[in-house]
Design a protein around this ligand. Sequence first.
Ligand code: NDP
Length: 335
Amino acid sequence: NRRWVLAERPKGEPNENTLRLETAPVPEPKQGEVLLATEFLSLDPYMRGRMSDAPSYAAPVEIGQPMVGGTVARVAKSNNPNFAEGDRVVSFSGWQDYAVSDGTGLNKLPAEMANPSWALGVLGMPGFTAWAGLREIGKPKPGETLVVGGATGPVGSTVGQIAKLQGLRAVGIAGGPEKCRHAVETLGFDACVDYKAESFAQDLARETPDGIDVYWENVGGAVFDAVLPRLNTAARIPLCGLISQYNATALPEGPDRMNWLMGQMLRKRITMRGFIIFDDFGHLYPEFAKEMGQWVADGKIAYREEMIEGLEQAPQAFVGLLRGEAFGKRVIRVA
Ligand code: NDP
């Protein structure tokens, strides 16, 4: 059983000392438990938070313990009547070949599933985040303009496509011309603006002639600075993530703009609400699974995945994700 354990808490970007690959005996499931063999490991930005012991909504990974993570796994041995050998489940096995579970939180996947790894993306946690956050906080209305950063990632791409299905103008923000082209040509965004371009703020203004009614926040930092002046009265901001800040070790230099931000929010009557998907909206999951399953089956939602071969690649692939190197949902094929 190979497993990546947290060796030390990173300062800034994780490096080669952050994680350590260990080999341990394959665990034996006790009465009521199953042994899970990992097929796919999801890489997600929140994992950076788990490496740190700064206060957060979830406990950090302890030093010496395996990194946590969502997985698709096969039941390799079962001492639990609810699961049979060979069943495929969504689990939280972490960065390792095998894990033992008492069945709590395991989600069985259909035996015949075209793309089981999609259960870690559009048909799982990130897709659910987009679906629920947009409906419950974004409150989109036909004819409005929605802007989303990280537009080609699993959350952002789903947010933009749902907005299009609901009759909004969807404008993406992404890093580089290739990602922007994908957002428009494959995902169907009305426009996509490259935040790395010199002309970013002007480009964003040009593509949002009627201002912004819903801004989906995935990234923070310079992207938010350009969005704020474009927000309309009564705009809604689902505050989902701040990936540009996850490796930051200090607040940015420069004048404190907190009062300016609060003044803008007051005068424009802006709603900004942070959320943690399963804590806030877990009860909506069955409804999501039904609607999104149908949309994907009908080809109404496109999905891009980057499959990376081998558990040994996970740390590098994760650092790359935080650097913006991912183009679509990053998944590790473990076995
Ligand atoms: P993404 O694939 O969108 O994350 C990686 C992408 O983020 C990169 O490809 C890159 O895209 C972008 N990025 C990285 N660094 C920066 C930067 N400095 N500035 C701007 N963009 C950057 O991941 P997900 O779709 O899985 O998640 C999107 C966001 O949602 C994350 O912030 C995540 O933490 C959050 N999240 C929150 C949840 C919740 O419950 N609140 C649940 C799930 C996700 P590009 O090249 O375009 O810059």
